[in-house]
Design a protein around this ligand. Structure first.
Ligand code: BYC
Length: 487
């Protein structure tokens, strides 16, 4: 393949770094990225999927930005994955669609006055990508099937590509400090006491596969919402980058939704077969070697609350500044019918007023995070409804519920109080008494850890999870998604 013009659908594979941004004719950036590459590979070898770097994995690689056929599937050793830089097609007529600069032509260069703000947004986004790979690096060893193992690695290599996407922007548009930030992205480590990742949820452990599925359902969905907001950006290269990342992100949430759904399906089937009707008969359900529904609820409580923290404070001047500057918009910004500047507009925000949780009208501009969080909650509810359909179909009386937004929060309005999943404010003592009913306990962790035994025979699945309805890339049930190399 030959070098292509920016904006065209084809990807240039002639350079070490596949791209559709004409890197071949941008010597400065190409060189900077080629210098960054070895450090990235070192990071991938040290912090990427542990124990599977020489295995052949049936992966999809982005080869085009044409929505009708952007990916190809083939066996790849992960360190040889072609991490490319892919931006959605350029639209010459695109404008800044919101904020103080609304109506101006979208920026192709960084506006000087917003340089620091924009760099911060890009660095925070970039930081989450390698963090999630670090959090998930040990999971291959306990994969419940080759299908699931492949999905984990697909998610991991694409998070790696999303890091490349942000690093490209830093190198291309931010000169020396961009290069320093790109180095920093390889230096921080999830959960490290001295050099942690930037946002809370990305320093938490992902101890087992149920957590992985919850993470890809809830936390990757925060990724979707944040990318949707950044895709609205008046800084056009950021917008185009995020639009293409969203194409890949959809699969990550599919892995989460179907993963949790398959765990629920298996539990319900085992309960029915054993004639157990009471979902709270935990000891008997666990004796069947499946995860009881109340424990699944507790995992959902934990991951939903951690993900809500990623939206920042409900009332935030940072968010207002990002918006007014035209750097980060609202979900579906161009489809909203208002002035896109939020002059005089208000938005209802849940706040702690005295010792009560109340809805209070706040200036819509400072309530941008709250609005995005509300959009997120609606988006989360869809999959939860589908999980509940599985339980209902099995004739079991149980419903998975999203906990109240005040539950178990570390950021924002409710960080200083304790609340039940129903949103009742409780005392420290009451919290301590109920904590293990509301959040995964040590015992729950130990039980799940014990279930996490690898199942790597073709077409086989660990007993705590149902097989998927269809294979990846329409492959048959016994397809060898990972050819494990035990070197
Ligand atoms: N943890 O005004 P505030 C993804 C800091 S996930 C720690 O409340 P703001 C993915 C904040 O930085 C999407 N610190 O919030 C998913 C600020 O610090 P400074 C990632 C936090 O700024 C799965 C201070 O508190 N992308 O892609 O309005 C796998 C006060 O901030 C946290 C983005 O997040 C926290 N949770 O909003 C792989 C988009 N929350 O400035 C990938 C870019 C807040 O006082 N980021 N703080 O030092 C943003 O838009 C915003 O920075 C945030 C925070 C929404 C994160």
């Amino acid at each position: 393949m030959t070098a292509t013009q920016p904006g065209s659908g084809a990807v240039d594979y002639s350079t070490k770094i596949p791209n559709n941004v004409n890197l071949a004719s941008d010597g400065r950036v190409l060189k900077a990225l080629e210098q960054w590459h070895p450090g990235y590979i070192d990071w991938w070898m040290a912090m990427g999927p542990e124990g599977f770097q020489t295995s052949d994995v049936y992966l999809r690689t982005a080869v085009s930005i044409d929505p009708k056929g952007w990916a190809k599937f083939d066996y790849v050793k992960m360190p040889e994955y072609r991490w490319g830089i892919l931006l959605a097609p350029a639209d010459e007529s695109r404008r800044v669609n919101f904020g103080a600069h609304k109506g101006e032509k979208a920026w192709q260069e960084v506006p000087g006055e917003y340089r620091a703000m924009l760099r911060r947004l890009i660095v925070i986004q970039g930081d989450t990508e390698p963090a999630s790979v670090e959090q998930q690096r040990h999971l291959g060893k306990t994969a419940p099937s080759l299908y699931d193992m492949r999905n984990l690695f697909q998610v991991n290599v694409e998070e790696g590509r999303h890091l490349w996407a942000m690093v490209y922007l830093l190198h291309k548009y931010f000169g020396k400090d961009g290069r320093e930030e790109a180095e920093g992205l390889l230096q921080r480590r999830s959960g490290d006491a001295d050099r942690p990742r930037m946002l809370g949820a990305f320093n938490e452990a992902t101890p087992d596969w149920l957590s992985f599925f919850m993470f890809t359902y809830f936390t990757d969905r925060d990724g979707k919402m944040q990318l949707e907001s950044l895709a609205q950006s008046g800084f056009d290269p950021l917008s185009r980058t995020c639009r293409f990342m969203l194409t890949e992100e959809a699969h990550h949430m599919f892995v989460g939704e179907t993963g949790v759904g398959r765990v629920i399906e298996r539990t319900c089937a085992a309960m029915r077969a054993a004639g157990i009707e009471d979902p709270y008969d935990i000891a008997r359900v666990r004796a069947l070697g499946v995860i009881d529904l109340p424990t699944i609820q507790k995992k959902a409580n934990l991951h939903y609350a951690l993900s809500l923290d990623l939206f920042g404070s409900e009332v935030s001047t940072n968010a207002a500044n990002f918006y007014s500057a035209g750097l980060k918009g609202r979900f579906n910004e161009t489809r909203i019918e208002d002035d896109h500047q939020l002059t005089g507009a208000t938005y209802p925000v849940l706040k702690l007023v005295g010792s009560e949780i109340r809805r209070v009208e706040e200036p819509a501009l400072t309530a941008i995070n709250m609005r995005l969080r509300d959009d997120y909650t609606r988006d989360c509810q869809g999959g939860v409804n589908r999980w509940n359909k599985i339980i209902e179909k099995a004739g079991i009386k149980f419903e998975i519920r999203l906990p109240h937004v005040a539950f178990n929060r570390a950021i924002g309005e409710f960080r200083s109080i304790k609340a039940s999943p129903e949103g009742e404010i409780v005392s420290e003592a009451e919290w301590a008494r109920n904590r293990d009913r509301w959040l995964p306990s040590e015992d729950d962790g130990a039980f799940i850890a014990d279930l996490m035994r690898p199942c790597w025979e073709r077409g086989q699945y660990a007993p705590w999870i149902a097989p998927p309805k269809i294979g990846i890339d329409n492959k048959p049930g016994d397809f060898e998604y990972v050819k494990i190399h035990r070197g």
